[in-house]
Write a protein that binds this ligand. Structure first.
Ligand SMILES: Cc1cc2nc3c(=O)[nH]c(=O)nc-3n(C[C@H](O)[C@H](O)[C@H](O)COP(=O)(O)O)c2cc1C
Length: 331
């Protein structure tokens, strides 16, 4: 039986254990999105006890109009590579593997953040936050796909062990997936196959840039928990298609319901476990479960009971650097 201490070994990546620090915006980058001394200090603090198998570094914008918040990290230009290398060095020194999450916020922002025109799948109000965007043209979609691929290449050049494509929490790729925000009438809208066309194109373009041996994770907003939104039945189909396209690990979270959704028992350790359990039944690749886990014994049990392959612990570690050292001793 697998436990949280069992290494995860795939052809592309080896993790010494199954404890993951999920992407958590630390808001410590410079105004230009470069990794700062504070960023390095923060990641050193949370990993220095050398108990975390994998860190998925916070969402980093692939292009300026996709920036989600001030002091967010960027992977949009070649200038970001050298500072990112320093971050990878810190994480590798602390014996954890490192993945970079790459993101475009789409319409989940206000113009104030970027000074640029907002873009989205359709020109409708983002159900979670933000303003009405301009609908992306076909040329702009092709350009965005390229920007995801270029950013993935920069992540690889920075020394990251893999890259994670963000399609959760109401950001741009999630806006294409969800019928709540995608009202397009072209080949990127309508039926599910069309709503994940951009995802499949991004995965394909990223794969071309990073090569066959490199890990591609994808964070999937697997349900919106809203009438007319994405359901777990959709996400089972999406997961299968993403894996066929080349995704190596599925990191499961919420869609427009966010990462701390209403309507689930927030006291439940691993409140998205019904989603990971369902997705695990339809794909062979490892799955990450994050949400509400504050206790390693429960996190371990979720792996033992095969509800997930990897366990993410976000806020508990973010708020207490000693968490992983203390909790891992209890196993
Ligand atoms: C301050 C903060 C920043 C976050 N930043 C990101 C992010 O950059 N990318 C992402 O996919 N999720 C992000 N999340 C969601 C977390 O990865 C995680 O899914 C959520 O906190 C629930 O897990 P937890 O209960 O272990 O904290 C963030 C959450 C918080 C509280």
């Amino acid at each position: 039986m697998k436990s949280i201490l069992t290494p995860m070994i795939t052809e592309k990546i080896t993790l010494k254990n199954r404890l993951v620090y999920p992407p958590m915006a630390s808001s410590k980058a410079t105004e230009d999105g470069l990794v700062s001394v504070e960023t390095l200090k923060f990641y050193d603090n949370i990993t220095r006890s050398k108990n975390i198998g994998l860190v998925i570094v916070e969402h980093s914008y692939i292009s300026i109009e996709g920036k989600a918040s001030p002091k967010q990290t960027s992977i949009a230009t070649d200038e970001t590579i050298e500072p990112m290398k320093k971050l990878v060095e810190v994480l590798h020194k602390n014996e954890t593997k490192a993945i970079l999450q790459i993101n475009h916020a789409g319409s989940a922002i206000t113009k104030k953040i970027t000074g640029e025109e907002l873009v989205g799948a359709s020109a409708i109000l983002n159900p979670r936050k933000g303003n009405i965007p301009k609908e992306l043209s076909l040329e702009e979609i092709a350009d965005l796909v390229r920007k995801f691929a270029n950013s993935a290449k920069r992540a690889k050049l920075s020394g990251f062990d893999g890259v994670e494509i963000h399609s959760a929490h109401g950001y741009l790729l999630n806006q294409f997936l969800s019928p709540l925000s995608n009202k397009r009438e072209d080949e990127y809208g309508g039926i599910l196959k069309n709503r994940i066309r951009i995802h499949l194109e991004v995965v394909e373009a990223v794969r071309k840039e990073v090569g066959e041996d490199y890990s591609i994770f994808l964070r999937l907003g697997a349900t919106d928990y809203a009438d007319g939104g994405t359901t777990i039945e959709d996400s089972k189909i999406v997961s299968v298609e993403l894996v066929k396209a080349g995704v190596d690990v599925l990191d499961i979270s919420g869609g427009f319901c966010g990462y701390i959704p209403e309507g689930v028992d927030l006291k439940e350790q691993g409140y998205f476990q019904s989603l990971t359990s369902a997705i695990k039944k339809v794909v062979e690749v490892p799955v990450v479960l994050t949400g509400g886990i504050t206790n390693i014994i429960d996190g371990n049990r979720l792996i033992e009971e095969e509800k997930t392959d990897l366990v993410g612990v976000g806020r508990a570690i973010f708020n207490d650097y000693t968490w992983s050292e203390r909790e891992m001793k209890r196993i």
